[in-house]
Design a binder for this molecule. Structure first.
Ligand code: GDP
Ligand code: MG
Length: 676
């Protein structure tokens, strides 16, 4: 294991089909981790290890692996591109130090790349870009640079120029060291350095000048060179690129064709040269578990106490495997670790470095490591692990709320128990999966992020758990709110066996802004004159009363105010007050024009001009609100919001509507009222 300065934790992110899996595969191959190059379309790619991923040629679960390059260790996380799995991308970004963003030289900045870019902005992840598919017809390196500027607001710093394009693409020019590399196209060949061909020298000099100018905007040392008309040396330029990348002032951009094995070895160099070591990043911040206003920071040093973030749970060969990012300190196999959320200690049985789907046993893991551990039974995604005597809580990982659900039923009685167990495991692995039993029908509902997500879950029940299941139609998950102010009063006086209940409550409900959730407050005068617990019991009752609305959906975006409360000093005084609170809140909701909220998505469609009319017409039929129709290079870009319920089967419909020439991206926007 190399020192921490020689460690790079990186992810590869991209729009689906940009070539992320192919790039990953080639990186592994060059670093000697793979002995055979597996083509993604053959279903043989090493990183897409789940059978299902192989079949569909897509990446669903983020698998981690590591490789050695020069005298560096590169830990790699493969992340999925489909929007249903953005949480996988998000949590990966939390534990990465840097990212390689892959763009297609033909398609440029596609909607999903934009989403991922914004997520990486949010987590302040330094990035380099790889413009892939330079061998394809229509490949245009400069257009991608321009799109990065315009669409992403990025400052691209091209550190290479392509040699030739499309069929004739056969190498790159390194603008930092002013040299060229040509590739034979053999899958195991690296590009040896040679002189820049005479006929490309002028272009290369001009491009280097542009690189210097770009860096001068963000780096003082280069700005000085530039102002004094001095030529920056190769080392000065490389150092400035690293500084600019780390502080996210500029994005070094490379190019290549992963499928033809061109440029990928230079990408490995760039990962090492420009992306951060764990020590290059600011110390990680957390809070004191007993007092969230006390901030605690930990340096990426083995001397600091342990702070590790549990970012993923997987079930592998029946065993629970948790993925940890060690932020500071050292964790050893056999260690007892403290989980402040649970206020409990768990034992790490074994530690592994993960090579795709294979593992290597470790005795310990230091700062910056990404490792898998067995033995932790209760700790969940987003939890912090630390010593009991030096506790802290790192920011957790937010799981998005499910927007779609599906009823499942076991085909046989024998499978029914197994189904419950299997669903528990799936929900444990993936926090965006929710399982619950619907009271009225007794049906088991699985909640998830979209059609594909639910589809994959059902497939996994069938294959991994061997379960025969019948499934219902996917339905959207709804919420309820109130659209006006309402009042509710309750007077409860009940005699049940030997319990006597008495309580009175009055409250008001009113709408709150979208996304605010539910707040319950008291406006009772002279609260101190009430016996202990009475006000709290009434508030708890109000909270219970607005848990679900008249149509049975969870309520959100409203405020409940307790106005008065009445009690009798009986043995079950608090239960009586609570019951009155529940009833008063329900009555207030009924009085306040309750309304059902549906998941509304924001949608972007990129479509050729010729098909624009058809796409818009179809969207209108789906009750979409078209917000903007703009341009993306030669294509039209439609921005809209649309109820998720109207989007079932959209990918198929859009394909047939446009002969496969349109692409789209769909994200959760808000729970909102929609017109029928
Ligand atoms: P991902 O969805 O981003 O993981 O993309 P994949 O790696 O699965 O690649 C998508 C498709 O593009 C596959 O059919 C690849 O063979 C193809 N592909 C990837 N890289 C290149 C490239 O450099 N040139 C060409 N022509 N095709 C590529
Ligand atoms: Mg892939």
């Amino acid at each position: 294991m190399n020192s921490i300065h020689h460690l790079r934790n990186i992810g590869i992110v991209a729009h689906i089909d940009a070539g992320k899996t192919t790039v990953t595969e080639r990186l592994l191959y060059h670093a000697g981790e793979l002995h055979k190059v597996g083509e993604v379309h053959d279903g043989a790619a090493e990183m897409d290890w789940m059978e299902l991923e192989k079949e569909r040629g897509i990446t669903i679960t983020a698998a981690t692996t590591r490789l050695a390059w020069r005298d560096y260790d590169i830990q790699l996380i493969d992340t999925p591109g489909h929007v249903d799995f953005t949480m996988e991308v998000q949590r990966s970004l939390r534990v990465l130090d840097g990212a390689v963003v892959v763009f297609s030289a033909v398609d440029g900045v596609e909607p999903q790349s934009e989403t991922v870019w914004r997520q990486a902005d949010r987590f302040a992840v330094p990035r380099i870009a790889f413009v892939n598919k330079m061998d394809r017809i229509g490949a245009d390196f400069d257009a991608v640079l321009e799109a990065m500027r315009k669409q992403l607001g990025a400052r691209p710093a091209a550190v290479q120029l392509p040699l030739g394009a499309e069929d004739a693409f056969d190498g790159i020019i390194d603008l930092v060291r002013m040299r060229a590399a040509r590739y034979s196209g053999e899958l195991d060949g690296a590009g040896d350095w040679t002189d820049i061909p005479q006929e490309h020298l002028d272009d290369a000099r001009a491009a280097r000048q542009r690189l210097v100018e770009t860096l001068a905007e963000v780096d003082d040392a280069i700005a000085d060179c530039f102002l004094n008309d001095q030529e920056a040396s190769a080392d000065e330029l490389a150092d400035a690129l690293r500084r600019a990348c780390l502080k996210q002032g500029a994005v070094p951009v490379l190019c290549g064709a992963a499928l033809r094995n061109k440029g990928v070895d230079k990408l490995l160099d760039a990962v090492v040269d420009y992306l951060p070591a764990p020590t290059d990043l600011p110390p990680v911040e957390g809070v004191d578990p007993t007092n969230a206003s006390v901030r605690i920071s930990r340096s990426p040093s083995a001397k600091d106490p342990l702070a590790a973030l549990l970012f993923k749970v997987a079930v592998d060969r029946g065993r629970r495997l948790v993925y940890l990012r060690v932020m500071s300190g050292v964790v050893r196999a056999g260690d007892e670790v403290y989980n402040p959320r649970l206020d409990a200690t768990e034992r790490v049985a074994r530690l592994f470095a993960m090579h795709s789907h294979k593992r290597e046993r470790l005795t310990e893991a230091g700062p910056g490591s990404i490792v898998a551990a067995t033995g932790l039974k209760l700790s969940a995604t987003g939890d912090t692990l630390c010593p009991r005597d030096a506790p802290l809580l790192l920011e957790s990982i937010d799981a998005d709320e499910p927007v779609m659900s599906l009823a499942v039923e076991a085909r046989s009685k024998a499978d029914a128990d197994k189904l419950e167990l299997a669903l528990g495991k799936l929900a444990d692995e993936d926090p965006t999966v929710r399982v619950h039993e619907e009271e009225e029908t007794g049906q088991t509902l699985i909640g998830g992020m979209g059609e594909l997500h639910l589809d994959v879950l059902i497939e996994r029940l069938r294959r991994e758990f061997g379960l025969g299941v019948t499934v219902g139609k996917p339905r959207v998950v709804c919420r309820e709110t109130v659209s006006a102010t309402g009042e509710g009063k309750a007077h409860i006086e009940r005699q049940m066996k030997d319990i006597e209940l008495y309580g009175e409550a009055a409250c008001r409900v009113e709408p709150a802004p979208r996304g605010d959730g539910v707040t319950v407050v008291s406006a009772v005068a002279d609260e101190d004159s009430y016996p202990a617990g009475v006000i709290e019991a009434a508030l708890a009752g109000l909270g219970g009363g607005v848990q679900s609305g008249p149509s049975g959906h969870p309520m959100t975006d409203l405020k409940v105010t307790l106005e008065s409360v009445g009690f009798r000093e009986l043995p079950d005084m608090l239960a009586g007050v609570r019951a009155a609170g529940v009833t008063a809140a329900r009555r207030a909701v009924a009085d306040a024009q309750p309304a059902v909220l549906e998941p509304v998505m924001s949608l972007e469609v990129v479509v050729p001009e010729d098909d624009l009319g058809a796409v818009i017409g179809d969207l209108q039929a789906r009750r979409a609100q078209v917000l903007d129709i703009g341009w993306r290079q030669q294509l039209r870009l439609v921005d809209a919001t649309v109820p998720l319920a109207a989007m079932f089967g959209y990918s198929t419909d859009l394909r047939s509507l446009t002969h496969g020439r349109a692409t789209f991206s769909l994200h959760f926007h808000a729970f909102d009222t929609v017109e029928r």
